[in-house]
Ligand binder design. Structure first.
Ligand code: MSP
Length: 648
């Protein structure tokens, strides 16, 4: 039977409580990359994104702005749609949870689950974190605050509907065991398995304390819990209960992509809801890491967000997308900085890729009057280049299949580097001096054009305008809308005789010194709205304010491993557990402590110090120590305070 070539991929639907930042853009661009890759492979792709518009937080934000929730979200959603257009996101649909097509599905599903006994009415008491839209038990709180975002929580008591999750836990565990790819990466999978095994409480699936939501159809006092409402977007968008043919065509989803913050909702609540509805489960729930800024995770409330629209305006859409796709090592967090963005553009795109193209175009223009010559006999260096192209094609395809975005870019770039090295090895400028070597020169030029053709195809899902821009200079792609992924796997498709033409650089070099950085721009904006200081509030050199102190994120960290750094007699490398997170810190205390003395100890860590490389190791924070004369003592704790706790 022929494989059904349909591919359904989703991003989370984002909260339109404020404008989105590069963290959201990361997921959306990464998913777009897969959507474009699959289309190039001949799949009929349905790429869905959208907005999650209900809930207490949005209601509150709108009220604070003196607006109606629905007017408020309309404005933000308009900006989000424009942002995705600017970033050339090729989504096939954009779902809003306020749309009738979605509301109807949510109400029908709720009704069905109630009628079949999965949902029942009871009393709820718990701590609610409004920004996270999540309830916690007393036990789950850290320092009386939300364990996820460390903000204030409020005690809520209400009559609520509940969903019996435990009933489905054994089936879910079995599904996870039988489908090792269901939750990616593996670290998340293990985390989810442990969570399920620790026992699933009944899930509270309705609220009576606010109105901005979808009403429970048989009890209008209640609105549906925003996560149940939101998750169902993956069904309502493709016609569940409305257009059976469309729904059966696309469901089950191939990939739900998101960051690790919401993987539990997607890997536990979502499959359980689907089981209760007798629907097949999605193929893959994949969670990438976070893009962090110096001060920790980017968040609107911290005011440290980076606007992707500004970056696109400054560096161009291909370059920003390229940077994002390459930024996060599979499953891990990464740090954003504008310097890094510029350095990647300059080294990978302007130097390596851009120069390869411009040098090749210049040589073909000079030596062959601008027409790509036919190749002659191949030598071993040519075969090596060809082999690299084939290996890179296979590896980049595999990495994309596995959603290893950075791996895919790194792999594609290997062909670009190999081709640049090939120029040095074959020395075409010397061949050009000898009329007898014309055929050899022709072969070299052809092979270069061929490598460029393949590299550009491979990079095009990440950089959607690159095919068209390169085609203007090296016209080997023909009708760019028909270029397939397969073509990158075949050597020799470049039609001899195709014309080349010199144009402006694909990626001009950027001089960071002449740029105002985004951080500066945002700082300027903040300065502009800062009210003037009153005399009594003026700066006082001697004191810092409590706010200054609060900017330091001091945490308890447990040493789980420690070793001496090679060839550095003062440095130790410590592996620390800080709550659920692990960090590496390099510290100059090797003269005072042996690694064994520190393992198992609890120390104080300045967790939001800008990460820096020390002797090649990235140090993510600083541990505190007291020093007097020759003596040095690391601050340690006697009582059993859990790691991750705040120090104030
Ligand atoms: N509305 C829910 C999702 C419901 S899906 C049924 C939600 N919205 S959100 O606006 O908070 O978006 C969270 C998602 O945005 C993350 O899972 C991730 O995809 C993306 N990111 C937000 N900040 C991010 C970073 N700093 N880094 C990487 N991704 C980030 O949760």
């Amino acid at each position: 039977m022929q494989e059904k070539k349909v591919f359904y991929i989703t991003t989370p639907i984002y909260y339109p409580s404020d404008n989105l930042h590069i963290g959201h853009a990361y997921t959306t661009v990464a998913a777009d990359c897969i959507a474009r890759f699959k289309r190039m492979q001949g799949y009929e792709v349905y790429y869905l994104t959208g907005t999650d518009e209900h809930g207490q937080k949005i209601e509150k934000t709108a009220r604070e702005k003196g607006m109606d929730a629905s007017d408020y979200v309309d404005g933000i959603v308009k900006g989000i749609r424009e942002l995705w257009e600017t970033m050339l996101i090729s989504n096939n649909d954009f779902i809003r949870t306020t749309e009738p097509r979605h509301k109807e599905v949510v109400q029908k599903v709720f009704q069905r689950l109630f009628e079949q006994g999965d949902i029942f009415l009871s009393q709820y008491e718990g701590w609610y974190c409004t920004p996270c839209e999540t309830f916690f038990t007393q036990r789950q709180l850290i320092d009386g605050k939300c364990p996820d975002c460390a903000r204030e929580v409020e005690l809520l008591k209400e009559e609520s509907y509940f969903f019996n999750m435990a009933k489905y836990a054994p089936r879910l565990l079995e599904h996870i065991a039988q489908n090792p790819d269901f939750i990616q990466p593996e670290s998340r999978r293990n985390e989810i398995i442990n969570f399920i095994k620790s026992g699933l409480d009944d899930l509270c699936v309705s609220r009576t304390t606010f109105n901005w939501g979808i009403k429970v159809p048989f009890n209008e006092k209640h609105v549906v819990y925003v996560w149940v409402d939101a998750l169902l977007n993956y069904l309502s968008a493709i016609g569940y209960l409305a257009d059976e043919e469309k729904f059966n065509h696309y469901w089950p989803a191939n990939v739900h992509l998101m960051a690790k913050d919401i993987v539990r909702f997607h890997a536990i609540i979502w499959p359980i809801l689907l089981m209760a509805l007798d629907l097949p489960l999605p193929q893959k729930v994949c969670a990438h890491g976070w893009i962090m800024l110096e001060g920790g995770k980017m968040s609107k409330s911290k005011g440290n967000v980076v606007d992707p629209g500004i970056l696109v305006g400054r560096y161009g859409v291909d370059a920003v997308r390229y940077y994002l796709v390459k930024e996060l090592t599979f499953g891990q967090d990464g740090y954003y900085s504008e310097e890094m963005l510029v350095s990647r553009i300059n080294s990978d795109l302007a130097n390596d890729l851009g120069n390869l193209l411009s040098r090749t175009v210049a040589m073909i223009t000079r030596y062959f009057e601008g027409a790509i010559p036919a190749p002659g006999v191949l030598e071993s260096v040519d075969n090596d280049l060809m082999k690299t192209a084939q290996l890179v094609y296979r590896d980049a395809s595999e990495k994309l299949e596995k959603l290893d975005f950075a791996g895919y870019i790194i792999s594609s770039l290997k062909l670009v580097s190999r081709a640049n090295k090939y120029i040095d090895e074959t020395e075409p400028w010397l061949l050009a001096k000898d009329e007898n070597k014309k055929e050899r020169l022709a072969t070299v030029m052809y092979n270069l054009a061929e490598s460029i053709r393949i590299a550009i195809i491979l990079l095009s899902p990440a950089m959607p305008t690159i095919l068209e821009r390169a085609n203007r200079q090296i016209g080997v792609f023909g009708d760019i809308s028909r270029v397939t992924w397969d073509e990158a796997g075949q050597w020799g498709l470049c039609p001899a005789g195709s014309k080349v033409k010199k144009e402006a650089a694909l990626f001009p070099r950027i001089d960071l010194k002449t740029l105002e950085t985004t951080e500066n721009v945002q700082q300027d904006k903040k300065e502009a709205v800062k009210p003037e200081l009153k005399a009594s509030e003026g700066p006082d050199e001697k004191y810092i304010s409590i706010d200054d102190f609060a900017r330091m994120d001091l945490r308890i960290a447990e040493v789980i491993a420690c070793e001496k750094m090679e060839k550095a007699d003062k440095l130790l490398i410590l592996r620390l557990k800080v709550g659920a997170e692990e960090r590496t810190v390099v510290s100059g205390i090797a003269k005072h402590y042996s690694p064994q003395e520190l393992i198992g100890k609890k120390l104080v860590l300045l967790a939001n110090l800008k990460p820096t490389k020390l002797r090649g190791v990235m140090s993510q924070g600083m541990i505190l120590a007291a020093s007097g004369g020759e003596e040095l003592e690391v601050l340690m704790l006697d009582k059993d305070i859990p790691s991750g706790s705040q120090v104030r």
